[in-house]
Design a protein around this ligand. Structure first.
Ligand code: SF4
Length: 254
């Protein structure tokens, strides 16, 4: 689905599937391909047309949150141009725009859109990581953490907040790198951290629905490891459990 969501938040993709192969990725459970050799990419105008045809899109700072790339890696090189076009379009509308990525985000790319930002935090970037020491086996085909964390330099250069996005917490894996994550927060220009739960498929009617996937995915129950990571990181920097909380922070404070 290229456009999914509601008046509160729209998820937009210009491709479906991903060239990387993260072992925990939910895309295969939604029948989207990982390790794709050939991505079918829609023109940004086509996707913008789909948004314009909806009656629930609300423009402006308090309007619809635009989340780019829930069914794809929106900053992968073949998709980046169309993602940048979407960012430009929705920044001009005044809406909050966010994306999460496991790719390095270069300053030159953000500089070409940053002049369109009309309020601080309107564009926010989430650098995703679930493991440092096991990156090579668990997040195959992504930029190494060392390379992608170079994106934290963006805030000083462009004013765009850049968050460390630790989601999902993988049992016994993510927590083993907690001290390293704390060092990153202390030593890099990290605007904040998201410690988030995994999305899973289950039939438990009591589980909270994930914001994507048309009811197929639900939030996994919060683990003690997740709570410990949240408490530890929140002692260092502003920490949230969902990226939209960071957006609400900027909408209410900027
Ligand atoms: S980069 Fe994102 S979309 Fe691609 S395989 Fe990894 S988790 Fe899935």
């Amino acid at each position: 689905m290229y456009v999914y969501g509601s008046k509160n938040r729209l998820f937009i993709n210009t491709t479906l599937g991903c060239r990387s192969r993260c072992s925990y990725c939910y895309l295969p459970s939604l029948d989207y391909e990982l390790g794709a050799s050939n991505l079918m990419i829609k023109n940004s105008d086509y996707v913008i047309g789909m948004v314009e045809a909806r009656t629930d899109f609300i423009k402006g700072k308090k309007g619809t949150i635009i989340s780019l790339g829930c069914y794809s890696e929106c900053w992968d090189e073949p998709v980046r141009e169309s993602t940048l076009a979407l960012i430009k379009y929705f920044l001009r509308k005044g809406n909050p725009v966010q994306f999460a990525t496991k790719r390095y985000v270069a300053c030159e790319d953000i500089e070409q859109v940053s002049k369109l930002i009309s309020w601080r935090g309107q564009l926010s970037i989430f650098i995703s990581s679930t493991t440092l020491t096991k990156w090579n086996s668990i997040e195959r085909g992504t930029d190494s953490p060392e390379i992608r964390f170079g994106s934290f330099d963006l805030t000083k250069k462009t004013g765009v907040p850049v968050y460390l996005y630790i989601k999902p917490i993988i049992k016994s894996v993510t927590i083993s790198d907690l001290n390293k994550y704390v060092d990153i927060v202390k030593n890099k220009d990290v605007s904040g951290v998201i410690v988030g739960s995994k999305f899973i498929m289950n039939n438990d009617n009591n589980s909270k629905l994930a914001p994507i996937s048309n009811g197929k995915l639900k939030y996994n129950e919060k683990s003690l490891e997740e709570e410990y990571m949240y408490v530890t990181l929140s002692q260092e920097v502003q920490t949230f459990t969902e990226s939209v909380q960071a957006i609400d922070y900027w909408r209410n404070h900027a």
